[in-house]
Ligand binder design. Structure first.
Ligand code: GLU
Length: 461
């Protein structure tokens, strides 16, 4: 059975690159009836924070990427890593290293000054194991290093095909620090093996770790999983997406008023596509998903495209559902029936829930802004008189038209300006109904109040 995992380190918020990795794992698992596992890689005690972990979990849930197992925590598995490190030591596949950080730093500086890439010299490899053990038992600090091979190496990546390496560039790497904390490259192998992971799907930044990990699998006599490395998410300047390109954290997009399904839809398009079809539900993405169809080329995060995708999802939601989302997003006091009516039209121009909220506020918080000519004022006055005689808006329009002889734009323009404060905006019949419905509920001024306000403002301004 297919088993995949998402393994975030809780050292920051879930960003779009991480969310895309989670999504592709999720899609792959759902497509093949496999299992999707969540593992928190919290071995870095200094940088890991509970707050980040909670946020990551919250964001994954919000995106609808629910997992079948976990979260598992690496911080609760130190004993397991130690056991396997011992095993490698006893088989002579790893060794104790007593080099201090000062010594290692000196090695590194030397390499830099000689212009060659740094790798560990392998100095402690030659210490006889019994002697090394005695020194450790006497309390000397030691890390454990893995004996890395030399020579040519390759593996078959499901996305990138054959990937080749020169192992002589790697050097013996630390699998267990002197404080008993495992390194990423070690813990990840132990966990992926013990958790029965069949496919490791992750960002391309981990390609260079893959040979180290495969070597550890082999040293422990285990079959490595398949690897699939996803292209990087890039900013508009084609450098790796980062904070300086603007919002990158999932929660920021949520705050900006993007719908979870729209963000998920857009993330799916970063490095993958389902033919021409761009707007998809999660179900459609699952049906269409193929790892083999993921591109090798970096994917540019396009904020405008995300807005468009969001707009399309907002347009296709049933209005009641969009109203419910808006109410929750903006903590609005208005009733759902009213909001349903409001969003049915206002969504035409809104690309996010935030813009939808702003559009609603603009219509409800009446404030006069534009002036009209004295001739137009007479139309508005005639209309107001009709309203004050108890006519409905529709009848009042007819009456005003008859009294002033104005029709079409000459009739509607002044009324729009007086009623909404602005010379342009959504369909006037809709706005009038919105104002009527809103004023019945006490959300806004009535049409007559608005016009009186307007005329007062005009005479004062
Ligand atoms: N904790 C690692 C990261 O967040 C996971 C890498 C992997 O998937 O192996 O980058």
């Amino acid at each position: 059975m297919i088993r995949v995992r998402f393994a975030p380190s809780p050292t920051g918020y879930l960003h779009v690159g991480g969310a895309r990795t989670a999504l592709f794992n999720f899609l792959f698992a759902r497509k093949h009836g496999g299992r999707f596992i969540l593992r928190i890689e919290d071995t870095d005690r200094e940088r890991s924070r509970k707050e980040y972990e909670e946020k990551i979990i919250q964001d994954l849930k919000w995106l609808g990427l629910d997992w079948d197992e976990g979260p598992y925590y690496q911080s609760q598995r130190f004993e397991t890593y130690r056991r396997y490190a011992e095993k490698l030591l006893s088989q002579g596949k790893a060794y104790y290293c007593f080099c201090t950080s000062e010594e290692l730093e000196a090695e590194r500086q030397k390499a830099i000054s000689e212009g060659r890439p740094y790798k560990y010299s392998g100095k402690c490899r030659s210490i006889p194991p019994q002697e090394a053990r005695r020194r450790v038992e006497q309390g000397e600090a030691a890390s454990i290093r893995f004996k890395m091979d030399d020579g040519e190496f390759y593996y078959e990546d499901l996305i990138r095909g054959r990937v080749e390496f020169d192992l002589s560039l790697f050097g013996d790497f630390v699998i267990m620090r002197s404080n008993g904390i495992p390194s990423y490259n070690f813990a990840v192998v132990i966990d992926d093996h013990e958790m029965g992971i069949t496919h490791v799907i992750r960002g391309e930044d981990h390609i260079s770790n893959t040979p180290k990990q495969i070597k550890v699998y082999q040293a422990l006599g285990w079959e490595p999983p398949e690897f699939a490395h996803l292209p990087m998410v890039l900013g508009p300047d084609r450098s790796r997406l980062s904070k300086r390109h603007g919002a990158t954290a999932v929660f920021q997009f949520r705050q900006e008023g993007f719908l979870a399904e729209a963000l998920v839809n857009y993330l799916a398009l970063l490095g993958w596509s389902c033919g021409e079809k761009e707007i998809m539900s999660l179900k459609e993405m699952i049906d269409c998903f193929h790892l083999e169809r993921v591109s090798k080329a970096g994917a540019v995060f396009d904020h405008q495209k995300l807005r468009w995708v969001n707009h399309r999802h907002m347009e296709s939601l049933p209005p009641e559902e969009l109203a419910r989302r808006l109410k929750e997003f903006a903590s609005l006091p208005h009733d759902l029936e009213f909001l349903t009516f409001a969003v049915s039209k206002l969504r035409e121009e809104a690309y996010t829930l935030k813009e939808l909220k702003e559009a609603l506020e603009r219509e409800l918080n009446y404030s006069p802004g534009e002036r009209i000519s004295p001739e137009e004022v007479s139309v508005v006055e005639a209309f107001l008189q009709e309203l004050e005689e108890g006519k409905s808006v529709k009848e009042a329009l007819k009456g005003a038209s008859k009294k002033t002889g104005k029709r079409g734009r000459e009739l509607y323009h002044p009324l729009r300006v007086a009623l909404t404060g602005r010379g342009s905006g959504p369909d006037l019949a809709f706005l009038v109904e919105l104002v009527e419905r809103g004023s019945e509920r006490g959300y806004t001024l009535s049409p007559a109040e608005r016009i009186r306000n307007y005329l007062k403002w005009l005479s004062r301004a």
